[in-house]
Write a protein that binds this ligand. Structure first.
Ligand SMILES: NC(=O)c1ccc[n+]([C@@H]2O[C@H](COP(=O)([O-])OP(=O)(O)OC[C@H]3O[C@@H](n4cnc5c(N)ncnc54)[C@H](O)[C@@H]3O)[C@@H](O)[C@H]2O)c1
Length: 258
């Protein structure tokens, strides 16, 4: 029988690519996103898998809505093999100038929203877990959690929080068969980063640095590592944040040295 996953942020970028890959691999996917129009468009795009892609409009920053969304998932599918938390927002700005509302939104979506979804998915994940095939949670942290940069302080702090939540949830939940890991991408070519090219949105945003590999990532570069974390090969991996950054934060490259 095929497996079942819930993916937050499924209407764009990495979450959309993750949904596509899991559908192609035969999974049933509950796709959660706050953007109803884009979620509908993605559902149309997944027409070949229509019966296995189940869109659910949900703002992960809204605790009541998150509880309701996972209750809805539980009614359709009492077992969940995986949760992938891609929902996230990026706001740039100097620490001395960032509005409180923007700081709060970044934390409410990226850190609190991630925890809320993991907490509500947990009973369904535990029910699906068996010793030879633990259930999986994959969180989206960022290279910013490992090496922050100026003008992205709130975002970096929220992603550091995601990586710490990952470690603690992994230790608390491993005995019940749920593995928790995070991915830390460098700059990925998705609508989140593309939006930053607009100066009215970007407010001084700069990419995370030059990748020694020589290009920025595509969403599938990140999804390939996610697929490993969901595979049998990762059955003994938990509590880690894995950089997927083409070596961006591996070593400082002094300007002008190449
Ligand atoms: N793109 C990058 O360079 C990059 C780098 C490192 C980490 N990340 C992280 O990867 C994840 C996916 O990013 P992406 O690049 O695919 O971005 P994206 O903007 O393309 O997709 C994010 C999705 O999350 C949804 N979303 C936002 N707020 C939400 C909320 N409150 N509730 C539910 N859904 C919400 C958006 O509607 C969107 O569909 C994010 O957590 C992001 O922080 C991205």
């Amino acid at each position: 029988m095929g497996k079942t996953a819930a993916i937050t942020g499924a209407a764009s970028g990495i979450g959309q690519a993750a949904a596509r890959r899991l559908l192609e691999a035969g999974w049933t996917v509950f796709g959660l996103d706050v953007a109803q129009g884009r979620l509908d468009a993605v559902a149309r795009d997944f027409a070949d898998h229509r019966d296995r892609f189940k869109p659910i409009v949900c703002d992960v920053a809204d605790a009541t809505r998150v509880v309701a969304a996972f209750a809805e998932i539980g009614l359709v599918s009492p077992l969940l093999n995986a949760l992938v938390c891609c929902a996230g927002v990026l706001r740039s700005g100097l620490m001395e100038a960032m509005p409180v509302e923007e700081f709060d939104r970044v934390f409410n979506v990226n850190a609190r929203g991630t925890w809320l979804c993991a907490r509500e998915a947990l009973p369904l994940l535990r029910r699906a877990a068996v010793p030879e095939d633990p259930s999986r949670i994959v969180l989206l942290s960022s290279v910013a959690a490992l090496r922050p940069k100026i003008v992205s302080g709130a975002y970096a702090a929220s992603k550091a929080a995601v990586s710490q939540l990952c470690r603690v949830m992994a230790a608390e939940w491993a005995p019940s068969g749920v593995l928790v890991n995070a991915l830390a991408p460098g700059t990925v070519d998705t609508p989140m980063v593309q939006a930053m090219a607009d100066p009215s949105v970007g407010k001084g945003y700069r990419p995370s640095g030059v990748s020694p590999v020589g290009r920025i990532a595509q969403a599938d570069d990140v999804v390939d590592v996610m697929m490993f974390l969901l595979s049998d090969g990762a059955r003994y991996v938990t509590g880690t944040t894995i950089p997927v950054d083409g070596g961006t934060q591996a070593a400082f490259i002094p300007p002008g040295s190449r």
